[in-house]
Ligand binder design. Sequence first.
Ligand SMILES: Nc1ncnc2c1ncn2[C@@H]1O[C@H](COP(=O)(O)OP(=O)(O)OP(=O)(O)O)[C@@H](O)[C@H]1O
Length: 237
Amino acid sequence: MIEIVNVTKKYGGKTAVARVGFTAKPGRVTGFLGPNGAGKSTTLRILLGLDRPTSGTALIDGRPYTALKQPLRTVGAMLDGASAVPERRGIDHLRWIAQSNRIPARRVGEVLEQVGLADAATTRVRKYSLGMRQRLGLAAALLGEPRFLVLDEPVNGLDPEGIRTIRAFLRRYADAGNTVLLSSHLMGETAQTVDDIVIINRGRIIADGTLDEITAGHTSLEDAFFALTDADPGQGR
Ligand SMILES: Nc1ncnc2c1ncn2[C@@H]1O[C@H](COP(=O)(O)OP(=O)(O)OP(=O)(O)O)[C@@H](O)[C@H]1O
């Protein structure tokens, strides 16, 4: 399980997130949704040990990320797509990550197949489309066969076919008992991918429940979001 417990992050005088708490459970795809600047990336960065909370804790399998013995084999993360050297071939980017984390080389071929990038494996990353870079980022996240996947805006820049592929993949990944947490500002897209939803707005959680619970009484998730934000006490903070 992923547990975010009462996390607050201040940058100088500005509160990016305030007392944020939620869980992402095994066997479920959890969508962490909110508009630009709501605090999604800040929360995920804290979860992945890339930033320190001002207060509160974030746990993966009961431990902070920085206390995990084999982080890449426990959590696969993708923030900002693939941060690969443009002159490198996709396959070499993955080989380098595998090697430096003592992950067997056979995994490189497997993850390239999994994300549908096998045909472009030997193409240089600078020639990749945005969608291909996203796939490469996902491939890198999968190298260590992690039980937890944390993905920041994974379908950004993907065409409808790419979104379908990733959606089906994440479904299978969660169905195998893994925990998937993904952030998005795209309500419509995400509604079709997730089981559970956490909505953040202006640094505060304003809704948390199953997709059915959140959308009950509304025509769509987007509709539910606007209804919730209209009544959000965090407005004007
Ligand atoms: N390093 C930083 N220094 C100062 N303010 C920051 C920093 N990082 C984030 N913020 C602020 O914290 C707030 C939350 O930002 P964050 O990037 O977490 O939002 P987000 O929901 O991920 O949005 P987006 O979808 O645009 O990435 C924003 O107001 C942002 O300007």
